[in-house]
Design a protein around this ligand. Sequence first.
Ligand code: GAR
Length: 193
Amino acid sequence: MKRRIAIFASGGGSNAEAIINHFKSSDHIEIALIVSNKKSAYVLERAQNHKIAAHVIHKKEFYNSYDLLDILQSHHIDYIVLAGFLLLIPNYLIQAYPDRIINIHPALLPKYGGKGMYGHHVHQAVFDNFEKESGITIHLVNDKYDEGEILFQSKVELGLTDTPDIIAKKVLSLEHTHYPKVIEQAVLESFDQ
Ligand code: GAR
C-alpha cells in the first residue's frame, strides 16, 4: 500500500510541483492532497493540472476547529509536507502526526528562522548581513517556527553581486533538487520502524 502525503502550501508551489513530479512514478508514495490557506494560491491550479484533490482551509477554521483533521483522515493521509506554508502548525496536528510533518526553510537554520522569516524576508536579511553563503534546511515540525529536528542542510556560495532575487533563485534551485529526495527517505524511514 502506498503512503499518502498531503502537501500544505500558501503560494506558487514550485516545490509542490517538484515533489509531485518526483513521486509520479513511485511505488511507495503518493501525493494525495494539496492543502492551502489561500484560495488564490497558484498551487491549487497545479493540483488541478495533476488531478490531485485540493482543500482550502481558512485561518479561523485551521486554529479553532478540527475540520482539517477530518479532511486529512478522510483522504487517509499518512504524512504532511510543508512547502511554503506560512501558518504555524497547531498542536492538534502535531499530535495527530507526531514526527510526520516536515518543512523546508530557505536558509541555514538556526540563522534566519522564526516568526516573520519567510520567503523574500529571509533572502533580504541574508543580503543585508553580507553573508557569504546561504542554503536550505529541511526539518521536522514542532510547535515553534523553524525549531524542529534538522534532517538535512545544503549550502550555496553567494557572490558579492548577488541581489536578494539572485539569492532566492539559488536557494530555490537547491530546494527543488533536494526536498523530494529527503521527503522520500523521511517517509520511508518513518514507516519502517
Ligand atoms: C520556498 O523558498 C520555501 O522554502 C519558503 O517559501 C518558498 C515557497 O516557494 N518557505 C518559507 O519561507 C517557510 N518559512 P514555492 O511556493 O515556489 O514552493
